[in-house]
Write a protein that binds this ligand. Structure first.
Ligand code: TIU
Length: 220
């Protein structure tokens, strides 16, 4: 047992490092580089790109502490057979050719994780067709088999894929901590609201804190 306590909202977050995973949501070029899905949706990707160094610091500390690390990627099969009609109708750019290859398609350059956060051999990568990382994936089985009880979240976008996954995780009994500066939304208003929606009402979906608070403890 390796117990840690991190100052967080709405109150101190306790976790046993041996039962904790760092979950990095969708730090893909499609969301963090120019010419990807994020931009195709009409967003300025500066905020998602700007958190890469912070996520890298957290990832380095997690690796040094031997924490279980999981990376996720949103994307679809090249033949688009796993894209619900309702998703393709609203997001016609999926599968179209962009400067980083076919948008949001597995195996394409844009679909992969940014170089700075490239998964190491042995780290789990979850390919997910939806916004939540539990939907139509083996994430829950992997976490159960590893006796994981606590999840620490970084990634993008806070109000979409990070939030959906935290909500799914919370309902499955995991204690979730979201890093306020290790996550990003395209619009700061969405970031602020997404943080408040996690830690409000006594921690309705979990806890939030800063990378600094977590790193202070992890590096000890
Ligand atoms: N990864 C993720 O959040 N997927 C999205 O589509 N996010 C948007 O904010 N659109």
């Amino acid at each position: 047992m390796r117990k840690y306590q991190v100052e967080a909202k709405p109150f101190t977050y306790d976790f046993d490092l041996e039962k904790t995973a760092l979950v990095i949501i969708d730090m893909q070029r499609d969301f963090c580089e120019f010419g990807g899905f994020g931009e195709a949706l009409g967003n300025d990707i500066t905020p998602t790109k700007s958190i890469i160094p912070t996520v890298r610091k957290v990832l380095d500390a997690a690796r040094a502490a031997n924490m279980f690390v999981i990376h996720t990627r949103e994307g679809h099969r090249p033949d688009l057979s796993d894209v619900p009609k309702a998703k393709k109708v609203r997001f016609s750019s999926i599968g179209e050719v962009g400067p980083m290859g076919r948008i949001l398609i597995r195996g394409e350059y844009g679909h992969d994780i940014v170089d700075e956060l490239k998964p190491l051999k042995g780290e789990v990568i979850i390919d997910k067709p939806g916004k939540g990382a539990f939907y139509e994936t083996d994430l829950h089985s992997i976490l159960q088999n590893k006796n994981i009880e606590s999840l620490i979240f970084c990634g993008v976008t806070t109000h979409v894929c990070v939030h959906t996954t935290i909500r799914e995780a919370n309902d499955r009994g995991y204690e979730c901590l979201m890093l306020e500066d290790g996550t990003a939304a395209f619009d700061p208003k969405d970031q602020e609201a997404a943080i408040r929606m996690i830690n409000q009402q006594g921690g309705i979906f979990g806890w939030t804190t800063t990378s600094e608070e977590l790193l202070k403890k992890l590096k000890k």
